[in-house]
Ligand binder design. Structure first.
Ligand code: MFK
Length: 578
């Protein structure tokens, strides 16, 4: 027996249907009512209700700094809440490129989404970039707290912000006073009218990892000006007023050592310079609000940052900053996914009780939470360390630590974001697969974190580069410090995993292939060891204040195991792929 209800222009009707009796056909004037509706997930205030960020800032920042930061973080949390509600009630838009105007003039005009139009106002009003370049050791931490809250709401406007931050950092490192004086006031402006964005033009048609194959040519033209000629295949912030571009000075040799790093400006007043042509916008899996473009350069004026070679070395400060953004933005996406899944589990009734009371579902959510908190701890440690190293308030060894932790945090959080966003979608059942819940976007967007700014494998090889210096010694020393006062079982587990990873690094130079083949496993194991030690530090601090929750997070994280080493040799790989 069942009851069918429906509404027509004459009112509401219902009819009992006996078992086996056919259900009547609906006519156009009958509108079925739904007797069971599911509650949509609600987003808690991304700042006020964010336990982890509060815990971190309370532990680290001196009281006056902590209090001063509150206004910006609270406002960015409000904006994030508004943006979530807006995204839930409007159709998702993409930027639109208009190459020609109605009268045949080349205009390359790009219409941006609402969040992108709001971007310069938000970024300058809340000093997102300017905060990171203030002269104190917590500057980067305070910057990345803002980034964490703003990122998802920004619809990846954080991508050009990251590159602008990277460009500012690379300019400072270059010591080129003329360019610093010209661009920095715009990059760090607190006024949207004078704010400039920077792009990062590296990738060409052969792909992004092997930058040494760059074909863009830099020519010293008869007018006494360097000019760039060539094609860049992925330009993420094509709306930027400036960019840093790798190019090969005419007559220079092959390979990456012969590349130079140039600064360019893209606008002539309100018009885009005609020597920069936008060929088309990319059609991407995710980050769809971000106008990623294919461009070509036909004599765009350019200024070298420094020497006319070693451009990769000169752009490295930019890469390390954007990789930190990548890690913080990855944990911001994880935070959103985990928060929505947890909220939904409290609303959704299934098999007679809320989903959160189903033991297996609760277990799944707790597992996600523990992994997220480990990633949060590592990403923010990198952010804070970056500021302390830049400010000069650390021992020299900590610069080595930063050099190693940056690729580790980027590569591990990039992979974890995909995994947790996928798991979160599954927590919604079929609804997680439906576009107008806005949930699938989380997964599609997350995929970029593992690709941007170097793939997991490229970053694993970069970690080997960092380990070849004194990165390992620095990591060992840091882990020993972080886990002081930690539960001895936790310290034992972390040390054992660290020793196992180090044993995998101990290969003869002739066995470089074995080392490289294992680089991803080593990197993820080291990242997990660092994260566990940081969780242990937070657990000890919190326990002393009567909060035992972080200790439970640490136990759960350790329960997932720290080791991700690959124990299968290259010979087996050859057999598998043969
Ligand atoms: C919302 C979040 C937003 C995030 C931003 C999104 C923007 C997305 C836009 C992009 O994705 S732009 C494309 C980004 N492309 C990459 O990240 C390139 C990936 N490939 C690599 O990282 C390769 O490892 C690399 C290009 C660096 C290899 O180049 P080489 O020239 O073959 O490497 P080599 O010879 O080992 O290094 C050259 C020098 O740079 C060496 O120094 P020396 O000359 O002094 O010996 C290296 O030590 C140094 N170096 C390389 N990577 C470094 C570094 N130094 C410091 N830090 C690093 N990370």
């Amino acid at each position: 027996m069942g009851t069918l209800s429906w509404i027509t222009h004459r009112g509401k009707f219902s009819r009992k249907i006996a078992h086996g009796q056919p259900w009547p056909r609906f006519t156009n004037c009958m509108r079925p009512t739904v007797s069971f509706l599911q509650d949509a997930p609600q987003l808690a205030h991304p700042y006020r209700d964010e336990r982890l960020l509060h815990g971190l800032l309370d532990r680290v920042l001196p009281h006056p700094r902590r209090a001063a930061l509150d206004t910006d973080l609270d406002a960015l949390g409000d904006y994030a809440l508004m943006a979530w509600q807006r995204a839930s009630t409007t159709t998702r838009r993409k930027p639109v490129l208009t190459p020609w105007d109605a009268w045949g003039r080349r205009v390359d005009r790009i219409e941006l989404t609402a969040a992108w139009q709001e971007g310069p106002h938000l970024a300058t009003r809340h000093a997102v970039l300017a905060a990171g370049h203030e002269n104190h050791e917590h500057a980067r931490l305070e910057e990345f707290a803002r980034v964490y809250l703003y990122h998802v709401a920004s619809e990846f406007y954080t991508c050009p912000l990251a590159m602008t931050d990277g460009a500012a950092t690379a300019l400072k490192a270059s010591g080129n006073q003329a360019l610093i004086e010209r661009a920095m006031p715009h990059f760090l402006s607190r006024n949207p009218a004078t704010f400039w964005l920077s792009g990062q033009w590296m990738t060409e048609t052969h792909g992004g990892s092997d930058v040494g194959q760059t074909e863009t040519l830099a020519r010293w033209d008869a007018d006494g000006q360097w000019r760039l000629y060539g094609r860049k295949w992925f330009s993420s912030a094509v709306v930027g007023e400036t960019a840093l571009a790798l190019a090969r000075p005419e007559g220079a040799g092959e390979g990456s050592g012969a590349l130079a790093l140039f600064y360019v400006e893209t606008m002539d007043g309100v018009q885009r310079k005609p020597q920069l042509v936008i060929d088309r916008l990319k059609d991407k899996l995710g980050t769809q609000e971000l106008p990623t473009a294919e461009i070509h350069l036909d004599g765009l004026a350019a200024w070298p940052l420094g020497e006319l070679s070693n451009g990769v070395r000169q752009v490295a400060p930019m890469l390390n900053v954007t990789r930190t953004w990548n890690a913080v933005c990855a944990i911001a996406s994880m935070a959103r996914a985990v928060a929505l899944a947890r909220d939904y589990a409290m609303r959704r009734q299934v098999f007679g009780r809320p989903l959160i009371e189903q033991p297996l579902h609760a277990q799944t959510l707790a597992d996600m939470q523990a992994e997220f908190e480990g990633a949060f701890a590592l990403a923010f440690e990198v952010a804070h360390l970056l500021g302390r190293v830049e400010h000069g308030s650390t021992a020299p060894r900590e610069a080595m630590l930063l050099r190693l932790l940056t690729p580790l945090a980027k590569l591990w959080t990039g992979k974890l974001a995909v995994c947790l966003c996928s798991e979160a979608l599954e927590c919604f059942g079929g609804a997680g697969y439906i576009e107008d819940t806005v949930l699938p976007q989380l997964l599609r967007d997350a995929q970029v974190y593992a690709i941007w700014e170097g793939t997991t494998n490229v970053l694993s090889l970069d970690a080997l580069r960092a380990l070849a210096g004194d990165g390992l010694g620095a990591l060992r020393a840091a882990i020993a410090t972080w886990q002081q006062g930690a539960d001895p079982h936790a310290a034992f587990a972390i040390d054992a995993a660290l020793d196992a990873a180090i044993a995998h690094l101990d290969v003869a130079p002739a066995q470089r292939a074995t080392l490289e083949a294992g680089a991803r496993g080593i990197s993820i194991t080291l990242a997990r060891c660092a994260a566990a030690a940081l969780l242990a530090r937070q657990a000890a601090w919190s326990q002393a204040r009567g909060d035992v929750r972080p200790a439970a997070v640490l136990r759960r994280f350790l329960g997932h195991g720290l080791l991700r080493l690959a124990d299968i040799g290259p010979e087996d790989t050859d057999l598998l792929l043969g």
